[in-house]
Design a protein around this ligand. Structure first.
Ligand code: ZN
Length: 239
């Protein structure tokens, strides 16, 4: 019997997971992959006029609701404060992520690219720390040499159209184009759990899902042929 495949996703705030990559999370969870979501903060500063502790309580629950819909097996936090992640030295932050990797032993890890997608300093810090942790985990044989690290890769296709992958030459590595067409309604439902963030979906999930594109993109930055300009369709496929 094969061991269960494990996927670790490292984000900064509640709601970083559902809209950008909720489709892929739901897809792999439905296929039996054990998905662990590690979120650095509880989004303490995300609700204007509401105290940090109360905001954290609200947003943690929203995240847990979304994660349950997506099929996430486990939600973990690094207990850092929203907006202050970048103030933690990257080595110390990497050590915290590494401790989780040591326990979870993922076959693949997904995090932000060094651009942080939105440029948010918390996202950028999580990207650097997770990349460092991944390299240390592989060097220390906590992860298999075949373990993969992916960066979430924004694409024009996130706004309109479907199946127009970013160019691997520009992305910096092979690009996984994950077909999430069967999971768009779930992705909308998960996004709608983040009520305090005013998700952009106000209608019925089935209707809102029709506005979304059917692929999410991830750039393979570790664990594959270096800079091979290719596109593939499964995070775990053999290249
Ligand atoms: Zn965020």
């Amino acid at each position: 019997m094969c061991a269960q495949t494990r996927l670790l996703i490292v984000t900064a705030h509640p709601d970083d997971e559902s809209f950008p990559i909720g489709g892929a999370i739901a897809r792999y969870a439905s296929q039996g992959v054990r998905v662990t979501l590690l979120c650095a903060t509880r989004g303490e500063k995300g609700i204007p006029g509401v105290a940090a502790a109360e905001t954290a309580r609200i947003r943690e629950q929203e995240l847990r609701n979304a994660a349950a819909l997506l099929g996430v097996a486990e939600v973990r936090f690094l207990d850092l404060i929203d907006g202050e992640v970048a103030q933690t030295p990257v080595d110390a932050l990497a050590e915290r992520v590494l401790a989780v990797m040591r326990q979870v032993r993922p076959d693949a890890v997904i995090t932000f690219g060094p651009d942080g997608i939105s440029g948010h300093p918390d996202h950028v810090a999580v990207s650097h720390a997770t990349t460092q942790a991944f390299d240390r985990a592989v060097a220390g044989q906590m992860l298999a040499p075949t373990a993969r690290l992916f960066y979430i890769t924004p694409s024009e296709a996130t706004l309109q159209g479907c199946g127009v992958p970013p160019l691997p030459q520009l992305a910096g590595g092979p690009v996984a184009a994950i077909d999430v067409g069967a999971f768009l309604t779930t992705k909308v439902r998960a996004s709608q759990q983040h009520v305090s963030q005013h998700p952009p979906f106000t209608g019925a999930p089935e209707e809102e899902a029709k506005k979304l594109v059917c692929h999410e993109y991830f750039t393979l930055v570790r664990g594959g042929p270096a800079l091979s300009p290719s596109t593939f369709d499964d995070l775990f496929s053999i290249l």
